[in-house]
Design a protein. Sequence first.
Length: 344
Amino acid sequence: MALIQFTNKGIFCKQGDFYIDPWRPVDKAIITHGHADHARWGNKYYLCHHLTKPILTTRYGIENEIQTLGYGEEITINGVKISLHPAGHVIGSAQIRLEYKGEIVVVSGDYKTENDGISTAFEPVKCHTFVSESTFGLPIYKWDAQQIIFNQMEQWIASNHSKNKTSVLVAYSLGKAQRLITNLKTSYPIFVHQTIQNLNDAFAESGVKLPETIKITADIKKDELQKGIVIVPPALADSRWVKNLANPATGVCSGWMAVRAGRRWRSADAGFALSDHADWDGLLSAIKATEAEKVMVTHGSTAVFSRYLNEIGISAEEVKTQYGDEEEAEDKVEEEQIKTTEAS
């Protein structure tokens, strides 16, 4: 019997009687990371990395039902050995390693292979079966080193300031925002929306050190924001609040900016191809490093990527899941968070 099965509730381990990143409520859920398409409310029991717990607590109010592990720590559930290993996607993201009677399966969740300076860097884990995303599983997606992108971003910000424009960077509250805050090397103050500051505070309480940021409040005037850098979640990118800033210029931070970003971002003034997912080369290098005999390809360019793996001699299979609508899922969570902050 296979160690994992793809069911209508999520990835199920029958031997251990638990699910990984279930998309419907279950009794026992192991969570790879805190993004809304992988971590959902309603499960009775959660197991995750200790830095994912503050995300679940801050976003969903989940607390008592959460058990945590550090990277490399191991527990056993119904004879199945479970350990978490760095995925490099966002703070606390983990690959889930399962071992049962000599069979090893690794469920990677989302991952990237470049060290971003804030998430624990990706570590390949040898296994028999590897479950891999393929969000950017096309050869056209090849990221520049992040320092190149941050240099471009810093030049854009400096140019905006010389023209008395307000620099607004659009980034997920979880992951991308902390990456920007950590890696932007400028003397400008960084102002962040409350949804971002809430997560920053939760991480700080858990021991993650982040550069100082200023929470945006009604007391902060437009000319103060114009002198700094403003970071907001995508749900606010085209909002009236942003449009009412002093001469705003918006820069979207997303891997999708490597190609035409589609209708959603046509109004953006700049795009920076900064992704928290592996590009084509990153996916291939990660998979080869696992030495897996079988690769299960989920969410993204599954057909193209699995076909290519088979062509180069790596047995691969396309699997349908409900992961991958990361933008839509994150938007919904961030919109709810924004409503909550506005009401308080």
